[in-house]
Write a protein that binds this ligand. Structure first.
Ligand code: FAD
Length: 431
C-alpha cells in the first residue's frame, strides 16, 4: 500500500503542501514525476534549458530521497499510460498533488481524476503555487477584478498568517516506499545539456531589501532572478511572501502581479488566444516576417532593443524593463501581432509562464485587462538614456553600439510612432 505524490510545478520537498498532507496520511509515500510526452512535444528544440532545469531538480530530489532508501519514480510517457501502469503495479490508497491553473493542466487533471475515481482512488489537490487562486479574490458583487490596483488592495487585506504557513516536514519523520530509482538521462529524453545561467532558487536578501531602488536598471543586478524557481516551484511562494513582507513592499507587489495574471488566465481562459479587450482584434498588424526576424535576432538598430533580445537568446532571461521596451517595439514600432512576440518569448524564456507572459504581452499591446493605453509608445532611445545611462547593459550585449556606424534603425522612431497611432486608432474604430 502506498500514497503517490505527483510532482509537477512544485519541484521541491521543502514547504510543499501536497507532500505535507501525504506525510500526514501515515502511508508509505511513492514520489512520482512524469516527463509528459504530450507536453515535451511542444518543446521542440534539442537544447531546451527548461527541460534541463526540470531534470536537474528531479535528480536533486532523487538524491535527497536516496538517504531514506527511496527515490522519485520517473517516467517518460503520457499521463494516462503512467496511471494505468501505476494502478496495475501498486495498491494505491490515494494520489496527492498541487493544483495547476493552466487550461491544459486543468483538463489533464480532470481526466486523471475521473480515471482514479473509476478505480476508487481519491485524488487530493492542494493550493501551493499561489497564495490566492482564481476566484478567491473577488469584488463585492462577486465578480473578478480586472484592474490590478484594487485587486492588490483586496489581496493584501485578505492575507492572514494561515496563508503563509510553512508546510516543511522533517524527512526523517516521513514514511517512504523503499525502492531505488534511476532517473532517465537528459540524453535519453532526447535533449542535450547546455549551460544554465541566471537561475537561482535562493533569496538574496541584499537584493530584495533594495529592490525598489534598483529594479529598473538592467545593468545592475537589482532583481531576484527567481522567476524560473517560482515557475517550476523549486521555491515556495509562501516563503517569498514571508520575506517580501519583512523586506520590501515593492517586491511584494510584483509577486501580487503574478497572482493577478494567474487568476485572469484561470477565470478567462480565452485570453490564451484572444485579446482580453475584443475590439483590439480589429488592429491590422503589418506582420512583416523580415522585421520579425530582425527583432528576434537583436538586429533592429536600436541598441537597447537589440541588447534585450541578445540577452534573451543567450541566457533565456531578459530584464523586466527591457522586456517592456522590446515588446512595445515589436507591437507598436513594427506593428507585429503581440501573439508572435508572446510565442517567441514562450520558446526562449526560462521563466516562461503562460499566464504572466500572456498577461504582460497583452498589457504592452494595450488589449489586456488593466493594460497600458495604446497611445503609450516607448521611445527606445529615451528608455536607454533613462535606464541604462552609462550604457553598461548595452555594452555587455551589443558592444558595437557605440560605434558611429552602428546598424541603421529598421524604422525611424517618429515615423513609427505616428504610424502606430494611426493604425491603432483605425483598428479600434472599425471593430
Ligand atoms: P523580480 O523583479 O525579482 O520579481 C519577483 C517575481 O515576481 C518574478 O520572478 C515573477 O514571478 C513575479 N513578477 C515580477 N514582475 C511580474 C509581472 N510584471 N508579471 C507577473 N509576474 C511578475 N514573468 C514570468 O514569470 N514569466 C513570463 O513568461 C513573463 N513574460 C513577460 C513578458 C513580457 C512582455 C513582460 C513585459 C514581462 C514578462 N514577465 C514574465 C514579467 C517580468 O518581466 C518577470 O517576472 C521578471 O523580469 C523576472 O525577473 P525576476 O525573477 O528577477 O523578477
Amino acid at each position: 500500500e502506498v500514497v503517490v505524490v505527483w510532482f509537477r510545478r512544485d519541484l521541491r520537498l521543502e514547504d510543499n503542501v501536497a507532500f505535507y498532507h501525504a506525510v500526514q496520511s501515515g502511508y508509505p509515500i511513492l514520489p512520482l514525476f512524469i516527463f509528459d510526452k504530450d507536453i515535451l512535444e511542444q518543446f521542440s528544440q534539442v537544447e531546451d534549458r527548461r527541460v534541463q532545469y526540470i531534470h536537474e531538480h528531479i535528480v536533486k530530489i532523487n538524491d535527497e530521497l536516496k538517504k531514506y532508501n527511496s527515490g522519485i519514480l520517473c517516467y517518460h510517457s503520457t499521463v494516462s499510460q503512467v496511471f494505468e501502469q501505476l494502478t496495475d503495479n501498486y495498491l494505491i490508497k490515494a494520489v496527492y498533488s498541487n493544483e495547476d491553473y493552466e487550461p491544459q493542466a486543468i483538463q489533464r487533471d480532470r481526466e486523471v481524476a475521473s480515471f482514479l475515481q473509476r478505480k476508487n482512488i481519491p485524488f487530493y489537490q492542494y493550493k501551493d503555487h499561489v497564495i490566492f487562486r482564481g476566484g478567491e479574490i473577488l469584488k463585492q458583487d462577486g465578480t473578478a477584478y480586472q484592474v490590478y490596483t484594487p485587486y492588490a488592495k483586496k489581496w493584501r487585506s485578505l492575507l492572514t498568517e494561515n496563508h503563509l504557513f510553512d508546510y516543511s516536514v522533517g524527512l526523517e519523520k516521513a514514511l517512504f516506499h523503499h525502492f531505488q530509482s534511476d532517473i532517465i538521462s537528459l540524453e535519453q529524453l532526447g535533449y542535450r545539456s547546455s549551460e544554465n545561467r541566471k537561475i537561482t532558487n535562493e533569496i538574496d536578501l541584499a537584493i530584495i531589501s533594495t529592490y525598489d531602488q534598483y529594479r529598473d536598471y538592467p545593468g545592475i543586478k537589482g532583481t531576484s532572478l527567481l522567476g524560473t524557481a517560482l515557475r517550476f516551484g523549486t521555491i515556495s511562494i509562501r516563503k517569498c511572501v514571508r520575506i517580501a513582507l519583512k523586506e520590501n513592499d515593492v517586491w511584494l507587489s510584483e509577486l501580487i502581479w503574478r497572482e493577478f495574471f494567474s487568476q485572469i488566465m484561470y477565470l478567462y481562459p480565452t485570453v490564451e488566444k484572444h485579446c482580453f479587450k475584443s475590439k483590439y482584434e480589429g488592429i491590422k498588424y503589418r506582420n512583416n516576417e523580415e522585421d520579425f526576424l530582425a527583432w528576434c535576432e537583436g538586429n533592429t538598430g536600436y541598441p537597447l532593443v537589440d541588447a534585450g533580445m541578445r540577452e534573451l537568446n543567450a541566457t533565456g532571461f531578459m530584464h523586466n524593463r527591457v522586456r517592456m521596451v522590446v515588446a512595445s517595439f515589436l507591437v507598436k514600432h513594427l506593428l507585429i501581432d503581440w501573439r508572435w512576440g508572446e510565442a517567441y518569448f514562450a520558446q526562449q524564456l526560462l521563466d516562461y509562464d503562460l499566464a504572466s507572459n500572456n498577461g504582460n504581452w497583452q498589457w504592452v499591446a494595450g488589449c489586456g485587462c488593466d493594460a497600458a493605453p495604446y497611445f503609450r509608445i516607448f521611445n527606445p532611445t529615451e528608455q536607454a538614456k533613462k535606464f541604462d545611462k552609462d550604457g553598461s547593459y548595452m555594452d555587455k550585449w551589443v558592444p558595437e553600439w557605440r560605434e558611429l556606424y552602428y546598424r541603421q534603425p529598421i524604422v525611424e522612431h517618429k515615423f513609427a510612432r505616428e504610424r502606430a497611432l494611426e493604425v491603432f486608432k483605425e483598428g479600434l474604430k472599425e471593430y
